[in-house]
Design a protein around this ligand. Structure first.
Ligand code: URA
Ligand code: CA
Length: 436
């Protein structure tokens, strides 16, 4: 088999065989196939696409390129959830204990944040004492004991995806639906998921800016799941504004605790209930949507979901008192209001720009080695559709720096993320579609 013939075939719109895809991915992972050939192939895929079968086989080739987490010793259906690129996305912190409380085993390996997106592992470290490093054995034992563990990624999962994603990033081939779909699904499958719920973001802050493209991406991922026998459901949700009002590690932990107590922000609560409902159904813990919804509502209302979070914190060495006394979380030294520059209505809020500003405040990393400040971040007071008066606070910055020029710059950046119009703006819809 020759790489050039495979590129040629895809360039001319052909359908690659499993053997050809395995050859490409194995050769590329080993370093036998150079970047320039994979680049040419990725561009051919960008223009000609892939069939559902090809996409599924590419996904599995990437899964086999590295280690795979074996969760088979844990009884039950392991349902995982993934959000495609969220800013201030606190859903994992809420969903993990919530569905674990429903009796679905949650064995989650999460990442740290980079750039404008936050990572669940960093957020958990805002809880005093919480340890994210566990051996594989400790990880599995904890899931068997309390039904829930959330640890940092270890091992060498999907090295082919890591390499290919980095290559796509510099060859203008990121925005290809089969390449995005296989990239995301390979990581979920390598982490041991039996069933997968996807939160596919659409809008200004998302990979997929149009609803049409988001539906195509969702369908591609659901089809991969179908092809390989891992049931997958995708919920398409709005990203024309950040999901919840908090951006920043300790702030988001606080928001997750409030949501588990039934006192969280409306949109975040609604999305978590929707995603949890699908997870409960895939996990076989309810017969139909009505029953799933009732179960989720009851776990929140009874405090069982919050209790599960406490168990998680305790099992991983953290101070579980934060669940009842969130003031034990790290607190920033300064709070700075960001006044609205004008009267009007909020028409859009740029989630990515706010993510970058939170990073600049110290909540996130520009490079993998940067230290982060768990206490700092941004709290939003307005949502799309809200009216605002000039001078009224749009948001509040939580800062540990106090240098006037720097503070003014951060306020300016935050205010600039809000689009304020004279005409009234409609509230944005949260959930657009469910693809099964
Ligand atoms: N996220 C991923 O993990 N992979 C992609 O290709 C795009 C977004
Ligand atoms: Ca948030």
């Amino acid at each position: 088999m020759r790489t050039v013939d495979i590129i040629h075939k895809k360039r001319d719109g052909g359908e690659l065989t499993k053997e050809e895809l395995d050859f490409l991915i194995e050769g590329y992972t080993r370093g036998d196939i150079p970047d320039y050939q994979l680049s040419a192939w990725a561009m051919a895929v960008f223009f000609n696409g892939m069939t559902a079968r090809e996409t599924a086989e590419l996904t599995m080739a990437m899964v086999r390129s590295g280690e795979q987490v074996d969760l088979s010793s844990i009884p039950g259906v392991k349902v995982d959830k993934h959000s495609t690129g969220g800013v201030g996305d606190t859903t994992t912190l809420i969903l993990a204990p919530l569905v674990a409380a429903a009796g679905i085993p949650v064995a989650k390996m999460s990442g740290r944040g980079l750039g404008h997106t936050g990572g669940t592992i960093d957020k958990l470290e805002a809880i005093p004492g919480f340890e994210v490093e566990r051996t594989k054995e400790q990880f599995l034992n904890q899931v068997k004991e309390i039904g829930l563990a959330v640890v940092g990624q270890s091992g060498n999962l999907t090295p082919a995806d890591k390499k290919l994603y980095a290559l796509r990033d510099v060859t203008a081939t990121v925005e290809s639906i089969p390449l995005i779909a296989s990239s995301i699904m390979s990581k979920k499958i390598a982490s041991g998921a039996d069933a997968i719920v996807l939160d596919v973001k659409t809008g200004r802050g998302a990979f997929m800016k149009s609803l049409e493209d988001s539906v195509r991406l969702a369908k591609a991922m659901v089809e991969i799941g179908t092809e390989i026998g891992r049931e997958t459901v995708a919920v398409i949700t709005n990203m024309d504004e950040p999901l919840g009002p908090s951006i920043g590690n300790a702030l988001e932990v606080r928001e997750a605790i409030e949501t588990l107590k039934g006192q969280g922000p409306a949109e975040l609560t609604e999305l978590c209930r929707e995603l949890a409902k699908h997870m409960v159904l895939l996990g076989g813990k309810a017969q139909d949507e009505t029953e799933a919804k009732q179960l989720v509502a009851q776990l929140l209302k009874s405090g069982e979901a919050l209790e599960k979070l406490k168990q998680l914190i305790k099992a991983q060495g953290g101070d579980a008192r934060v669940a009842d006394e969130p003031d034990r979380l790290p607190e920033a030294a300064y709070r700075v209001p960001v006044p609205s520059p004008a009267d009007g209505c909020i028409a859009a809020i740029d989630a990515e720009a706010l993510g970058v500003t939170a990073m600049l405040l110290g909540a996130g990393r520009a490079t993998k080695e940067d230290p982060i400040d768990l206490a700092v971040g941004i709290k939003l007071f307005k949502r799309v559709g809200d009216a605002v008066k000039a001078g009224e606070p749009l948001a509040e910055l939580y800062m540990n720096r106090n240098e006037p020029a720097d503070t003014a710059r951060m306020c300016e950046r935050t205010a600039a993320a809000f689009t304020i119009t004279e005409a009234p703006a409609p509230r944005s819809k949260l959930i657009y579609a469910v693809v099964t």
